[in-house]
Every structure is written in C-alpha cells, then in structure tokens.
Design a protein around this ligand. Sequence first.
Ligand code: 2P0
Length: 326
Amino acid sequence: MEKYRGICRAHTNIALIKYWGKRDDELILPMNSNLSLTLDRFYSETQIRFSKDIVEDCFQLDGEWQDNSEVEKISRFVDLFRQLAQVDLACEVISYNHVPTAAGLASSASAFAALAGACNQALRLDLDPLALSRLARRGSGSATRSIFGGFVEWQKGSGDHDSQAVPFDDANWDVGMVVLALNTKKKAISSRRGMKHTVATSPFYQLWPQVSEKKLLEMKAAIKARDLDWMGETAESHAMLMHATTLSADPAFTYLEAESLKAIEAVKGLRQQGYKAYFTMDAGPNVKILCPYSQSQAIIDALAPEFGADRLIASRPGPGIQYLEA
Ligand code: 2P0
C-alpha cells in the first residue's frame, strides 16, 4: 500500500429515534440520544491520499471536482485527523455515493463515516470504532451512527469524549426498510439550519429531550423483544413529534409534502391488509417504511400502482464501516 493512503466504505442509516437539535454547534453534541438502522443498499466509498506532491486539499465527488466551499468542509474535518497524527500534508479525497439518485437520501452520514475511516487508515491512527464514531460526529451528527452496522444508539454523552455511537443489536433477523422517494430535489432548508431554527423558536422544543429519552427506552425494549409493531408505533410517534417541532417553530416550516401525507395513509392502509409496515420521515419529504424484510417486495408491489415502482427501494440492514485495502 502506498504510504498515507486509505479507502473505506460506510453505509447510510435511518433514525427510528431522531437526532434533532444540538447543544453544541461546534462539537455537534446532540440534545438527545437517538437510534438508527444502518442500511445495506446505500453507501459511500471514499479514498484519501496525503502527499507532499499535493499542493492543496482537493475533493472529487461522483467524478466531479468540488468547489472551495465543499473542499473547506472536508479540510476542516480532515484537520482533526492531521492534528492527531501530527501530519501536515495536503490531501486528495475521492468519493462515490452509491445511493441511487432516485432514493433521495441524504448522504452526509455515510460520507463523513467513510472519510473518517479512510483518514484513520491512511494516517495509521489505529483508532477504535468508538473513537472513530466521535470523530465522524464532528463532520455530521448522523455520521456518528454510520460507523456501526445494524441498530445503533448514539449516546448523547456529557461532552466530546463520550458522545458516541454504540452498536445496540445486529439486526440479524427479519427486518428491513423500503424507501419511498417522493421528491429527490435538494431541500430548501437543510437539517442543520432546520434544527437550529427549531431549537431557537419552537415553544414545544423544551419537551423534546425528555420525551425523546422516554421513546428511546421504549424503542430499545421493542428491538430487544423483536416486536416490530411496537418498534413501528414508537418510530411513527417519534417522527411526528419531530415534525411537530418544525410546525411549531417561528416562522413555521415543514418537510412534509402533500404526497408524504398520502404515503403515510397508504402505509396505514397496508397495515389494514395485514402487513407490518410503519413509516418514518426525516428532514425531507421522503417516506421510509420499516417492515420485515421478507415483506418488502410485497409492500413495493402494493404501493407501486400509486407511487411508481421506480420510486420504491428495499434494503436489508447493513454492516459497519469496511476498510477496503489491507
Ligand atoms: C436523524 N436527521 O436522526 C435526523 C432526523 C434528520 C432528521 O441526522 O447538522 O445531517 O450535520 O449534524 O446529521 C440529519 O442531520 O445534521 C439528521 P448535522 P445531519 O437522522
């Protein structure tokens, strides 16, 4: 292996108990502990190379060189690793998102987790996964969780040293998700801006940390019991609590679109037909359906006439980060 080179793959994740709001913007410390499922179908692959032959940091994403503002985000993140390794070399980052455009999933979780892994390998830091999770957090909150596979809890911790993800359950049972991509355009209000505005202005937000901790306990009990109905009811409730905080912000805003509401009704309709199908939604209009993986194709078939088969993608649980070069 060339010196100072690393390649890593990380999968995206979908929260069942949401991260919504920071108590420290710089360190990205969350207001509440949260929990997600890593997905097999969607991932980022990132390679990094440090060399004295590289004049300045550069970053290519999906075959396109990125502009200064994108490079700056990467540089700031890589600086954390350069400091640890006491290395002062410029880097070249080349990354591919293996997320079908039609999926409309944000990629910052898998992107920063993969970059953290690539830096760890390239600079021979030998960081353990918990330490890596804490560093991934500094790039994007949701990246904290993408270091691990299966069901993952991001413990809010008391500070930088212990706000990290831990594996909760390997999800090696009949569970999965169907992503229903309703609108794949870049969102008008980023999650970073949306959560900040919500924390600052929603009078309901003060209830969020406490209610979320209670829902998290329920979710963990439901996962341990492998009780998909209980998990699904808890996930739906917590997703709607999050969306209620944006609707009560001032000025109010919402990520829900008309088709999102139709999809929610369709998911409830599936349950009446006997499927174990439950929705969750993030900072965008797309709907993710928690279900037994064995039912995912039947769920896609049932929703395809209304929403289109090309907008429905099923995934099994996915693994944690993978180093792609020895
Ligand atoms: C989550 N989201 O738990 C929540 C639910 C969106 C809604 O994590 O500012 O891109 O980079 O820490 O991680 C998306 O927020 O935000 C997110 P930053 P991030 O998945």
